[in-house]
Design a protein around this ligand. Structure first.
Ligand code: GRF
Length: 208
C-alpha cells in the first residue's frame, strides 16, 4: 500500500479528485495518510476532515524564520513515514533538503504543458494569463517529479487542452482542471502505486 501525504494551500479540487479516485478504485494500492496545509483557511483541510483523513496545518507565520519553518515542515512530514508526497496546489517552495531526502518521491501538478508557461512567477491564474497573452491554441497540465529547480523535474504525464477564442483566465483554468489536472494526477499516483514509474536519466519511463 502506497502511503501518501497531500500538501495543499487552497480549495483542494485536486485533492478531491484523488480522494474520489481512491474511492472508486481508479487509484489502487493507495491510502492518504495525511493532508498538510500551510494555510489554516484552506478549504482542502475541510475536504480531508469530511473524509476522515488527518488534516494538519503548519504555517510559516508561526516560525521565527524560513529555516525554522522548513525544519518543522520536514519533521512533520517525516513523522508520517509516507512513500509519496503529492503537491496539489501547494504554494510553498519545497526546501532543498526535503527535495534531496525525498528524491523522486515528491510529485507536483502544474497547469500548463511544461516547458511552456512554467518556472518562477508562473503559478495559479498567472499561468493562464500568460497562455492567453501569447495566444497559443493548446495548453494543458503536467504532473512531474520535483527536483531542485522550479518545474524542472522529470515529467510523468501531460494532457493537452484546447484554448478557446473567448476564454478568460478563469474559464481556461477551470477547463484545464476538469479536462486535464483531475485526470492525470490520479492516474500518475496509480501508476506510481503499482510500480510502473521509473526515472532513467532524468526522464520517466512508464511500463503499462
Ligand atoms: C491548480 O490549478 C494546480 O495546477 C495549481 O494550483 C491549483 C490548485 O487547485 N498548482 P486546487 O487547490 O487543487 O483546487
Amino acid at each position: 500500500m502506497l502511503k501518501v501525504a497531500v500538501c495543499v494551500s487552497g480549495g483542494g479540487t485536486n485533492l478531491q479528485a484523488i480522494i474520489d479516485a481512491i474511492d472508486n478504485k481508479t487509484i489502487t494500492n493507495t491510502e492518504i495518510s495525511v493532508v498538510i496545509s500551510n494555510n489554516p483557511g484552506a478549504y482542502a483541510l475541510e475536504r480531508a476532515k469530511k473524509h476522515g483523513i488527518e488534516a494538519v496545518c503548519i504555517s510559516p507565520k508561526e516560525y521565527a524564520d524560513r529555516e525554522a519553518f522548513n525544519q518543522a515542515f520536514l519533521e512533520k512530514l517525516d513523522s508520517y513515514q509516507v512513500d509519496l508526497v503529492v503537491l496539489a496546489g501547494f504554494l510553498v517552495v519545497i526546501p532543498e533538503i526535503m527535495v534531496k531526502k525525498y528524491k523522486n518521491r515528491i510529485i507536483n501538478i502544474h497547469p500548463s504543458l511544461i516547458p511552456s508557461f512554467c518556472g518562477t512567477g508562473y503559478y495559479g491564474l498567472k499561468v493562464h494569463e500568460g497562455v492567453l497573452k501569447r495566444g497559443v491554441k493548446v495548453t494543458g497540465a503536467t504532473v512531474h517529479f520535483v527536483d531542485e529547480g522550479t518545474d524542472t523535474g522529470p515529467i510523468i504525464l501531460q494532457k493537452a487542452v484546447l484554448v478557446k477564442q473567448d476564454d478568460t483566465p478563469e474559464i481556461l483554468q477551470r477547463r484545464v482542471m476538469e479536462e486535464a489536472e483531475w485526470k492525470i494526477m490520479p492516474k500518475a499516483i496509480d501508476l506510481i502505486a503499482n510500480g510502473k514509474v521509473k526515472v532513467v536519466d532524468h526522464k520517466v519511463v512508464i511500463s503499462e
